[in-house]
Design a binder for this molecule. Sequence first.
Ligand code: DQA
Length: 148
Amino acid sequence: MTTRNRVDVIHGVNLDMLGRRPAQHYGDLTFDQLEQQIGTIARELDLEARFFQTNHEGELVEHLHRVGGLADAIIFNPGAWTHYAWAIRDALEIAGLPTVEVHLSDVDAREEFRKVSVIRDLCFATVKGEGVEGYRTALAAIKEKLEL
Ligand code: DQA
């Protein structure tokens, strides 16, 4: 039996700057520490996490074009692209994988522009405002969705 446990963890613009961004919203972990912690949680849940981060919209679009055959599900924190990047939304639709939208901060309790998500209706769940633990919530939701 083939194992369908590959989760592509995708971070968008400015998330590589964690550690230099407002700690009241994003905590004080660096991006490397965040990815390490997500990797640890994934192993605890018997999921295989792969990581991708870019600050270039076209690179993210092309990653989403490729990911269909390489992963079974996506955890997606697009950063500010969440709120307006329609090309990324279309590419996520092309990827066609079960996706959880994750935000470290509670985007619905901040500025008005952060309340809009152009990807939300393509995602089977949204996790926000839980910091790093939000990724555990998202990974657990994926495990259930994939019936693992
Ligand atoms: C974010 C929220 C976005 O509004 C913001 O632009 C980010 C990070 C979060 O994880 O809380 O860059 O996606």
